[in-house]
Design a protein around this ligand. Sequence first.
Ligand code: FAD
Length: 404
Amino acid sequence: MVLPREGAVGGACRTMEQEGFSFDYTGHLLHLRRPESLDLLKALGLGRSFRSHRRRAGILLAGRVTPYPIQIHTARLPGPIRRQCLLGFIRAWAQDPGEAENFGQWVLSRFGEGFAQHFFFPYNRKLFCRDPFDLTTEWVGRYVPRPELEDVVDGALGLFPPSRAVGYNARFLYPRRGGIGVLAQSLARSLQRLYLRAPVVGVDLAQREVVVGEGQRFAYDALVATGPLPQLVAMAHPLPDDLRARVDELAAVAVWNLNLAVRGRARRREHWLYCPEPHLPFYRVGFPSNHGQLAPPGHHTLSVEVSTPSGTAPPAGWEMACVQALTREGLLASEQEVLFTVVACVDPAYVIFDRRRPSVVAAFREFFLKHGVFLCGRWAEWKYSTMEDALWDGAAVARRLVGA
Ligand SMILES: Cc1cc2nc3c(=O)[nH]c(=O)nc-3n(C[C@H](O)[C@H](O)[C@H](O)COP(=O)(O)OP(=O)(O)OC[C@H]3O[C@@H](n4cnc5c(N)ncnc54)[C@H](O)[C@@H]3O)c2cc1C
């Protein structure tokens, strides 16, 4: 039995439809690392529905766009910034990076002062609403590429070959039309006991029952919990007080996603731009109709992301501030071209990797497992992971339950 809270399957990987436009909950691009994921897409009949794209991403810095990753593309930056980045990298390269105690140190020791000050620190401060020295490094390995010295020098001279793929997201798959929601919809087609709009509001661990909506109870042998861990803790009973109190040690940010339906062609050909500078109200801008058919002919969509500490909202007027900044930066022709906007909020969106997280999550995982509750997915396991990970996290729990 599957009990999603919303009226549609897919969680954060749903697509909203409005007046001929499709909006995901911010960019949701499929980065596949496992060959069996492609087999799964084919088995779902989606093989031809997805198109493979070579990432076109950039960094909006000092009023111009530099290709991503910045470490190997400083040639287009203003001379003084390029010099700081290059010198800082060479100095860091000359030293043994050693074990970094936190993300801030990790950045300084691997990329140097210039890249830290101009990109990594301001960008991650905006995204995580935290000082980089308060974050751990558990999550960085796969997501933050460290280039060779030769590549950084080539990048500063404009010699880095544009065709060379770098990073975990150098290529991605995206549906030709309809938005990322088609993936979850296809998966759900084979479900026999799917009950939409079934918010679980209580978990009775003693009786092994879940309480849904107005109070309907369902017994379970095994419960696979995919909602955010703090919400599960709040609704689960009985739970020792000292353990329950530890949930306050878990931190996250919410992402507020302003989607714009816009007349005319997109002003940029990138799929998305990172925006580290503090004077811009957003940390990232996406151009979703550059990778999928998501707008009627002669129109396009923009997706703007702003993060706030979980449970809080952006300052009043943030939407207008974003639209004005987009226009100022030349990413939007004019405010008059915007037909309408749609706001989506993902909360929690990014969990904060701090020192307390691993032991708190381990304590909850162990406790819930004893009561037949399996934490599964990005927010239940309180981690940083992708759609592909979520698919295989689910498959792993399913195999465990059927003893395969
Ligand atoms: C800003 C942002 C951008 C991202 N971009 C990408 C990307 O480009 N590529 C990528 O691969 N991944 C991306 N991700 C990650 C991706 O969203 C997650 O990995 C994926 O959604 C995790 O799936 P999940 O099933 O664990 O959680 P969810 O998608 O949140 O699904 C949870 C499910 O649990 C249900 N649920 C929760 N609480 C309850 C309740 N109380 N009662 C009943 N049901 C409940 C929900 O209805 C939902 O169906 C991004 C995430 C964010 C925040």
